[in-house]
Design a protein around this ligand. Sequence first.
Ligand SMILES: C[S@@+](CC[C@H](N)C(=O)[O-])C[C@H]1O[C@@H](n2cnc3c(N)ncnc32)[C@H](O)[C@@H]1O
Length: 229
Amino acid sequence: MSGRLYGIGVGPGDPELMTLKAVRILSEVPVVACLAPEDGESTARAIAAQFIPAGCAEIVIRVPMRPGPEPASLYDDAAEKIAAYLSDGRDVAVLCGGDPFLYGSFAYLHDRLAPRFSCTIVPGVTSLTACAAASGGALARRDAALAVVPATLPDAELKRRLADADSAAILKVGRHLPRLKALLAELGLTEASTYVAHATRADEHVAALADLGDTAAPYFSMILVSKAR
Ligand SMILES: C[S@@+](CC[C@H](N)C(=O)[O-])C[C@H]1O[C@@H](n2cnc3c(N)ncnc32)[C@H](O)[C@@H]1O
């Protein structure tokens, strides 16, 4: 019998925000996989490290951090590595930052493996809710429409979506911070915007957007916009 593929949401950073289910499954699986930058540690693995049993086999999928989509062959190869364990009857847990199905690269592995193997997705605490908690303000209330937008969208598209929404979460801020600052100023939304980096981690940083300089931000940062503020 084939093994089962698990997509495990490990939350935004603080290991205490991992679910009981994520921790239990990690204690039971013989193989753990994670995505990592070309030359660094996997953030998701670092979050879950204390729950990975000694002697567990590990698959590290190296993903180049370049703008634009990764080549399909990268996920084809990674899926085949995981499939080899699954075909051998071993369960594999793929560690995913936040939630596996919210802008997670796990979706590309799932596309390739779900037609062939049984899968279970364990949802995680998302960066959206973690950043809202850190900012001390609600993401949305009553009948407000919340837009979730990646900073990688072109200016015109970002402006349209930010103008339409009552509140917004802008993900993947990183090198786009100066551009986003200019764009939000144009829309008169600077005062409504809060910046949050590394939410729930030891180096969490929360600031009014107006107080930030024009430098780049870390990849794990977000801008929350609330027109109700
Ligand atoms: C590819 S998306 C993955 C989102 C993740 N699957 C989730 O459920 O939160 C990566 C983006 O999420 C946001 N993010 C993830 N963790 C974060 C954190 N701890 N603090 C602030 N933003 C975070 C950043 O905007 C980052 O660029």
